[in-house]
Ligand binder design. Structure first.
Ligand code: CA
Length: 232
């Protein structure tokens, strides 16, 4: 799950970003309204968390603009402006939910999840499949052939990352950055261990099909997800 987060107060941003990361969300954060809008227009996000009073461009104007161009991504408005008129203005501009400051990050995460499930009817948002491998982004359940498992947040984020670009080779460095938010080489084999766990969880011991699990190790480089895994 990928969140666009536009908030200029760094103290708030810090604890929200930490909470999102702990819950397995990948977040792009911007402090300037106008730059946040460019990101909303250019990228594809599952949820947008938007502050209203921002430098560069007001949150309401950002919201109006993204609805105007037809982006229907659910938006949670996050602001100190708690009175009814501001809330109504937010909903009128196309907000899906509203959370007044101060708030608990747990509540924000619960609201993000609730919005995601409300939009779960949109199969494109909730399901991702590559060959016989299917992933439900709401329940974190993954199915390979007839075997299904709930993965941990890290395992899920890693598998989703590979599944978004089947056939593409990702380096360990890229995977570390995306899944663990680590920019340096931690001198450990966390990526390899995590991939082994995913394979183990999804490959039952009494395998009735002949194909091997479609994550392939590319020696000296990293990993890729095979895209030719046919549905049995
Ligand atoms: Ca603000």
């Amino acid at each position: 799950m990928k969140i666009l987060f536009i908030e200029d107060e760094l103290k708030i941003a810090d604890f929200v970003l930490q909470g999102f990361s702990q819950h397995g969300f990948v977040t792009e954060h911007f402090t300037q309204g106008n730059i946040g809008l460019q990101a909303a227009l250019a990228g594809s996000f599952d949820v947008i968390v938007l502050d209203l009073m921002l430098p560069g461009m007001d949150g309401i104007d950002i919201l109006k603009r993204i609805r105007q161009v037809g982006i229907s991504t659910p938006v949670i408005v996050l602001t100190a402006k708690g009175d009814l008129n501001d809330r109504l203005l937010g909903f009128e501009a196309g907000a899906n939910d509203y959370l007044p400051k101060p708030f608990y990050v747990e509540e924000l995460i619960a609201r993000v999840r609730a919005l995601l499930s409300r939009h779960a009817g949109d199969a494109e948002l909730s399901n991702l499949s590559v060959g016989a491998l299917k992933l439900d982004r709401i329940s974190r359940r993954v199915q390979w052939h007839d075997h299904s498992m709930v993965l941990s947040q890290r395992e899920f984020t890693l598998l989703e990352y590979l599944m978004r670009s089947p056939g593409h080779i990702f380096t360990r460095k890229q995977i570390l950055k995306h899944v663990w938010a680590i920019e340096f080489d931690p001198q450990t084999n966390v990526v390899d261990v995590c991939i082994q766990r995913i394979k183990k969880k999804l490959t039952p011991t009494d395998t009735s099909h002949s194909t091997s699990f479609p994550i392939e190790s590319i020696r000296g480089v990293g990993y890729k997800l095979r895209q030719d895994d046919s549905i049995s």
